[in-house]
Design a binder for this molecule. Structure first.
Ligand code: FDA
Length: 527
């Protein structure tokens, strides 16, 4: 009962060092506050992990999906709170606010900049790992899903009840519902149905004053803001009610790999003119990466054309032969499977048993940096050639760009329907990712991805150069770590993520959290 030992020292002042300056911090007061509010000692030991607790590191690391932020020098939380009840969330907000701790909310821990579990000021983590109920109601085609569940847990929950309903969210099954839905959520059903956030019909949120709100009591402005306006800005979203969508019992997936010597550049060039106009039932993507060439000891660059069709192979093949004959799609490139298996296929996993969807650690974790672009005009062939050639560089050994076709339903939803604005006219979204194994070399790899991003400037959307908030990129600009951030300063990155919706997000933030309790490097600042 290490916590209880600490809690008898309510006025303990912990001395800590921040940016070289020595500050006094009422750490003991915070713990005392929590211990008074969560008075049951057996609950406390399952909910509060201080740095003295032997499980502290394993609880912290369990949901870190970017080891770039798991080094000995990465700032660590004073405590990790893993609430089991709504009142634990309310108490954590109350005590953090009253004792000067910043709160970082973590659901699945996939934030690519580590924002859900790292801060430069004294902080605690509210980790929603125990908030992961999934309740699927096939009759009404809805589900209530708690934020700490993963997309995989939701997909599994749906598929274990029906083969004809699905949910349009991300490809990776380990991402958390909390972060994913609060930033948008695009996946293989995106061209047919739009974003995960487009399908949220109610939510349960705890605000900065500890009030528990639903759609009706929070009002339409706040309900609009939490569906894409970013997490850790407006409150703690505990659960989401989502509308499920119809899927056929069998879908068809395919992969056709082409490398530089097999006309990859030309085929990719052609794909840009076609992919966004294909029927909404057909989602395609191009994954670009370095691979071994057929010449021993040589490398080449591969464009992997991947697709998921909401229908059978007999319908797909003539469709592609008609619309995109250059791809040379053959029956042996295609496999029919259930929608839920297609998630595993895209995630590079065996398609059965499907209960791997319940494994939150099924995918390897590495150190990485990501950036995104939205492209509105097709790139020239020379432009694509230069882009592909960058993957021949040494730093690109573990790099990938995932290029996903838009159009379809995404073209039909207004830019201001939700905070996520990247809709009509987008041909595709590119997610650039570079990974490395030796932390000492991080700078070299990060420089490479920054060069790739500079190279893409002429081809990407402009004024603003749009970026996807769900792959945060702190290179775009940040809030001041301490104190006030002006609207102008935050606009630098805010307009890239939210375009004209940024202003409304700032107004809502000003109304619901004027003291800026929920904040991070790229949270919406109040006026
Ligand atoms: P995490 O817990 O790290 O939270 C992310 C942000 O949301 C943080 O700011 C956090 O504080 C906040 N937050 C989390 N829970 C909250 C809550 N309950 N209430 C309020 N704020 C909360 N995206 C996509 O659209 N399609 C895809 O296919 C993929 N695939 C993918 C694969 C991999 C390997 C990674 C690393 C990322 C993706 N993403 C993605 C991006 C993903 O959608 C994004 O990182 C989400 O924010 C992840 O949500 P988590 O809950 O896992 O993150």
């Amino acid at each position: 009962m290490k916590f209880l030992q600490l809690s008898v020292l309510p006025f303990l002042i912990v001395i800590l060092s921040l940016n070289g300056a020595t500050l006094a911090h009422p750490y003991g007061d915070f713990l005392h506050c929590l211990s008074l509010r969560i008075s049951n000692s057996s609950t406390i030991s399952k909910v509060i992990y201080t740095q003295n607790n032997p499980s502290y590191s394993s609880v912290l690391n369990a949901s870190i999906h970017n080891t770039r932020f798991a080094t000995p020098t990465t700032p660590k939380p004073y405590a990790i709170i893993t609430p089991r009840k709504t009142s634990h969330v309310q108490s954590t907000i109350y005590c953090s606010k009253n004792h000067g701790f910043q709160l970082r909310i973590r659901s699945g821990g996939h934030d690519v900049e580590g924002v859900s579990y790292v801060s430069q000021v004294p902080f605690v983590i509210l980790d929603l790992v125990n908030f992961r109920d999934v309740k699927v109601d096939t009759k009404n085609e809805v589900a209530w899903v708690q934020s700490g569940a993963t997309t995989g847990e939701l997909y599994y929950g749906i598929a274990s009840k029906t083969q004809t309903l699905g949910f349009p969210a991300g490809i990776c099954h380990t991402i958390g519902i909390g972060g994913h839905l609060s930033g948008g959520g695009f996946g293989i059903l995106g061209r047919k149905y739009g974003l995960a956030a487009d399908h949220v019909i109610d939510a349960k949120l705890v605000d900065a004053n500890g009030r528990v709100l639903n759609r009706k009591s929070m009002g339409e402005d706040l309900f609009w803001a939490i569906r894409g306006g970013g997490g850790n800005t407006f409150g703690v979203v505990l659960a989401w009610k989502v509308k499920l969508v119809p899927v056929p019992p069998l879908v068809t997936v395919f992969t056709v790999n082409k490398n530089l010597e097999q006309n990859a550049t030309k085929i990719f060039h052609r794909w840009q003119y076609i992919a966004h106009k294909l029927p909404n039932e057909l989602f395609t993507a191009v994954w670009v990466m370095k691979v071994n060439s057929s010449q021993v000891g040589k490398k080449t660059v591969q464009a992997g054309f991947r697709g998921m069709f909401l229908g059978g192979v007999d319908e797909l093949i003539p469709l592609i032969q008609h619309e995109f004959p250059e791809l040379g799609l053959a029956r042996e490139n295609c496999t029919q499977m259930s929608w839920v298996q297609s998630i595993l296929y895209f995630g590079g996993l065996p398609i059965q048993p499907v209960d791997i969807l319940l494994n939150r650690n099924a995918l390897p974790v590495s150190s990485l940096k990501a950036k995104t672009d939205f492209v509105r005009e097709p790139m020239s062939e020379t432009g694509i050639e230069g882009f592909m050639n960058m993957f021949l560089e040494e730093e690109a050994d573990f790099a990938i760009t995932m290029i996903e076709a838009f159009g379809g339903r995404m073209d039909e939803i207004r830019e201001n329907e939700l905070p996520y604005p990247h809709r009509a006219g987008i041909l595709f979204e590119s997610t650039y990712i570079v990974q490395w194994t030796n932390e000492a070399d991080a700078g070299t790899y990060i420089n490479w991805i920054r060069r790739l991003y500079s190279y893409m400037a002429s081809y990407a959307s402009k004024s603003p150069r749009e970026a996807y908030y769900n792959y945060k990129d702190l290179d775009l600009g940040t809030n001041n770590i301490i104190g006030y951030t002006s609207y102008e300063q935050a606009s630098v990155w805010g307009l890239k993520y939210f375009k004209n919706n940024f202003k409304r997000l700032v107004q809502i933030k000003t109304k619901v959290d004027p003291m800026n309790f929920f904040r991070n490097e790229q949270s919406i600042p109040p006026l």
